[in-house]
Ligand binder design. Structure first.
Ligand SMILES: Cc1cc2nc3c(=O)[nH]c(=O)nc-3n(C[C@H](O)[C@H](O)[C@H](O)COP(=O)(O)OP(=O)(O)OC[C@H]3O[C@@H](n4cnc5c(N)ncnc54)[C@H](O)[C@@H]3O)c2cc1C
Length: 331
């Protein structure tokens, strides 16, 4: 028998036995590691991929939704084609609990609440938005749809101003958070305002753009030279920077600060940071310094040999350094 036929025959004979013995691997959350994981596990396991949507959002691109430079279609990476091509099963929903002893997890989806068993679990759920009081009065960086809604709202503010709407602070725009995301968001806001200034004939100088943040410098954590350049560039755009001012809540038209002062602004944007998912805390798994799952150099959750975690929901200590929560490390 020619070798290729032998191989085909062997696969046929082995298939039923292998099928029975394939481990079930559940991907809890399809973040930046999901597509590579699906490829690597093809034919090696029965894979179930869980995610709230049939796509992943490329967060690094999402700030550009505010200016309209990018559309939602562009920042969403479709998942289904990768899941199907690699023979995996997709369950749409959210993991709300992991039971390491029982090797099960709780899933909340369209079909209600269900329990799912796994042989191995790969946790890739990212982080969630840090919230403050009155979040319903601000546009947040997540979900990405909020930035599209903010763009529409900001365009309307300019158009209303052009029609003589006397609402105070109609052209006052406050961005809260001066990390990379908030700073980037301010750049996009400036571009949108410049476009609307040209479209409506209202001088850009009539708009007030404020960047409020709790730290002494923008883009804290980067080199001093880089931070200075970022600050210089942001000020060059005419943006007011309120440094070392912490925001405690949003009101229907206000940003309230911890020092008792307030800013009245018809547009309020929140880029105040992300945090480890709260539900991870009650799963009895070891957590690292940021509250994410503590993993070893092979991404195994320490002390839980059948659970792996990667990306933002993992605390990966490299030597004495905790790897930053950024996309390049998640990939
Ligand atoms: C606005 C913004 C801009 C950024 N810009 C950059 C940049 O320019 N460069 C860079 O390197 N990094 C950037 N980052 C950071 C980068 O996006 C993250 O580090 C990266 O997305 C982390 O990948 P991840 O796979 O851990 O999680 P995510 O990309 O967040 O993916 C997690 C997935 O899990 C799903 N999920 C969440 N909870 C559950 C649950 N309970 N059950 C099931 N599924 C769940 C989510 O819907 C999502 O699909 C940015 C982040 C933000 C917010």
């Amino acid at each position: 028998m020619p070798p290729d036929k032998v191989h085909a025959r062997l696969r046929e004979v082995a298939a039923p036995a292998m099928k029975g013995s394939l481990p079930t691997v559940v991907l809890a959350g399809c973040g930046y590691g999901a597509i590579d994981a699906l490829r690597a596990l093809k034919g090696q396991a029965r894979v179930i991929a869980i995610n709230p949507h049939p796509y992943i959002v490329n967060s690094g691109m999402s700030t550009r939704l505010l200016s309209g430079r990018f559309s939602l279609d562009l920042v969403r990476i479709p998942l289904l084609e990768h899941i199907q091509a690699n023979g995996a099963q997709f369950l749409q929903g959210r993991v709300t609990h992991i039971h390491p002893q029982a090797q099960t997890l709780t899933l909340e989806g369209a079909g209600g609440i269900q329990t799912l068993a796994y042989d191995y679990l790969l946790v890739n759920v990212g982080r969630e938005l840090r919230a403050i009081d009155g979040m319903q009065h601000a546009f947040a960086i997540r979900p990405a749809e909020q930035l599209v809604a903010a763009q529409t709202w900001i365009r309307q503010c300019w158009q209303r101003a052009a029609q003589g709407d006397p609402t105070p602070s109609l052209l006052t725009f406050g961005v809260v958070g001066g990390g990379c995301t908030g700073t980037e968001l301010m750049g996009e806001l400036y571009d949108l305002c410049r476009e609307m200034s040209a479209a409506t004939g209202i001088p850009l100088a009539r708009a007030r753009l404020l960047l409020i943040h709790g730290q002494a410098h923008l883009a804290e954590g980067f080199s001093e030279r880089f931070r200075q350049e970022v600050e210089r560039e942001i000020r060059r755009l005419g943006v007011e920077i309120w440094a070392e001012r912490r925001v405690k809540a949003f009101g229907p038209q206000q940003v309230w600060l911890e020092d008792g002062s307030e800013l009245v602004a018809q547009t309020r944007l929140w880029a105040g940071g992300l945090q480890a998912p709260a539900w991870l805390r009650s799963c009895g798994l070891p957590l690292g310094p940021t509250g994410s799952l503590l993993v070893d150099e092979c991404l195994r959750v320490q002390g839980a040999e059948r659970i792996l975690a990667l990306g933002d929901c993992a605390d990966f200590v490299w030597g004495s350094r905790l790897l930053p929560k950024i996309g390049v490390y998640a990939v």
